[in-house]
Design a protein around this ligand. Structure first.
Ligand code: CTP
Length: 404
């Protein structure tokens, strides 16, 4: 569970998005966090403290005069216990209050009283699009950011008022991903990471082609972990049915040649290149622009193949990689003799780090086991979820970067 041991004070302010806070509360708890809900009077107009108490399994705080606290200082006690305060939804009015350091209700008082260096404040704004776009709100946002508040951004789409635009609160699953990312160590700040992921599809004709069983899950997990670690991430994805991690720029490609062009281009501005894609080794020498049809004589088509470029080997032999500005990581999906094949592949591809895994055992699964091979030898990362392994791999990459 990604939030085990974390205690989060979840603050609700007045807005229709309060209904999403119920789901968010559950999601945080499911990931192992304990959640203490604090509500403003306006929030209680939208959702009852009873609902939030039942979901969080703790009585809700809504007044600074709460007699349950022996010292009568809930603003001090609640903020000292927290690993983070998350205001979701955060109304335009509450942002303005935070900005001015006003403290006329328990939630704003608690935010002001929190130890600023030890208890981070995250806000998930939620409001009508005109309120969001208003210069006052945008000015407040900029100032809150520079005061150290972590602003989680807003969604775009239909609004409760019937209008459409920016200002919706992010969905509970998106907020959860943001909160989890917030707590991850920032090992790759300032880095630009490119990840290739998934299979490629080599067309035979407009409706047929050759592909493989790679699901793209490991590559998507690495993209997410690199983003969580503070890097700017581009994910070059072959045809897969996965949703890109939040904050990651996705480039969809189909064939090995498309992936090659995108990867070579992106690698020129990057500092880390991770090749997890199962790139087709060969493509049909010719592609028919019309669907191949059966004939009455039962003739079967004869396919000729040509070899695809080796994307990783090419990027790893670029001038950028040679002068140490680009750190390249390869993957090897093998069926047997993992250490021997991974060691040989590392040398053949000329990469500092090669990650071996048993392909048939991991394709499509949510877990994996990795064997890291570098010039010093081999390191095992035992079976775990792909996301957890991706985080461990990011930490291993960070350790090996030239500046470290
Ligand atoms: N790779 C690549 N471009 C290719 C083939 C492979 O970038 N045309 C990358 C993969 O993304 C992976 C690494 O090279 O990081 C190894 O891929 P793999 O398919 O295991 O190796 P191959 O070079 O195809 O060798 P073989 O099929 O003989 O095992």
């Amino acid at each position: 569970m990604d939030l085990s041991g974390k205690h989060i004070v979840l603050g609700l302010t007045g807005g229709i998005a309060c209904y999403k806070a119920a789901e968010l509360c559950r999601a945080l708890i499911k990931q192992g966090a304990t959640v203490q809900v604090v509500m403003t009077d306006a929030a209680a107009q939208f959702i009852t403290p009873v609902t939030m108490q039942a979901l969080s399994n703790r009585t809700v705080y809504d007044s600074q005069w709460d007699a349950r606290e022996r010292n009568n200082m809930p603003h001090i006690n609640l903020s000292r216990e927290a690993d983070a305060i998350l205001i979701a939804p955060c109304s335009a009015d509450f942002m303005a209050k935070l900005l001015h350091g006003r403290a006329d209700d328990l939630l704003s008082l608690m935010c002001l009283a929190r130890p600023i260096g030890a208890v981070p404040l995250l806000i998930a704004p939620a409001m009508n699009r005109e309120m969001w776009a208003h210069p006052a709100t945008q000015r407040n946002l900029a100032q809150l950011r520079s005061d150290g508040t972590h602003v989680l951004g807003v969604g775009n789409g239909d609004q409760a008022c019937g209008e459409m635009g920016d200002g919706r609160m992010l969905e509970p699953d998106e907020l959860l991903e943001e909160v989890i990312a917030f707590f991850q160590p920032k090992l790759l700040v300032g880095h630009k990471v490119v990840v290739t992921a998934g299979p490629t599809f080599e067309a035979i004709d407009p409706v047929r082609g050759i592909t493989n069983l790679s699901s793209g899950k490991m590559g998507f997990a690495i993209a997410r972990a690199a983003h969580e670690a503070g890097a700017e991430v581009r994910l070059i994805a072959g045809p897969v049915a996965l949703i890109a991690p939040r904050g990651v720029t996705r480039l969809d490609v189909r064939s090995a040649l498309d992936m090659h062009a995108a990867a070579v281009d992106c690698a020129q501005q990057s500092t880390i290149f991770v090749a997890t894609a199962a790139v087709a080794d060969w493509r049909p020498a010719t592609t028919s622009d019309q669907k191949l049809k059966k004939d009455s004589a039962g003739t079967t088509p004869r396919l000729e193949f040509v070899e695809n470029p080796d994307i990783l080997a090419e990027v790893a032999s670029s001038e950028r990689a040679a002068r140490g500005a680009l750190y390249c990581v390869g993957f090897a999906a093998e069926s047997h003799d993992l250490l021997a094949h991974a060691t040989a592949k590392r040398l053949r591809k000329n990469v500092p780090l090669l990650v071996g895994n048993i392909g048939p055992a991991t394709f499509g699964q949510d877990d994996n086991a990795l064997l890291l091979v570098d010039a010093q030898g081999a390191t095992e990362l035992p079976r775990n979820t792909k996301l957890e392994l991706a985080r461990q791999l990011v930490a291993e990459i960070a350790k090996r970067l030239p500046s470290h």
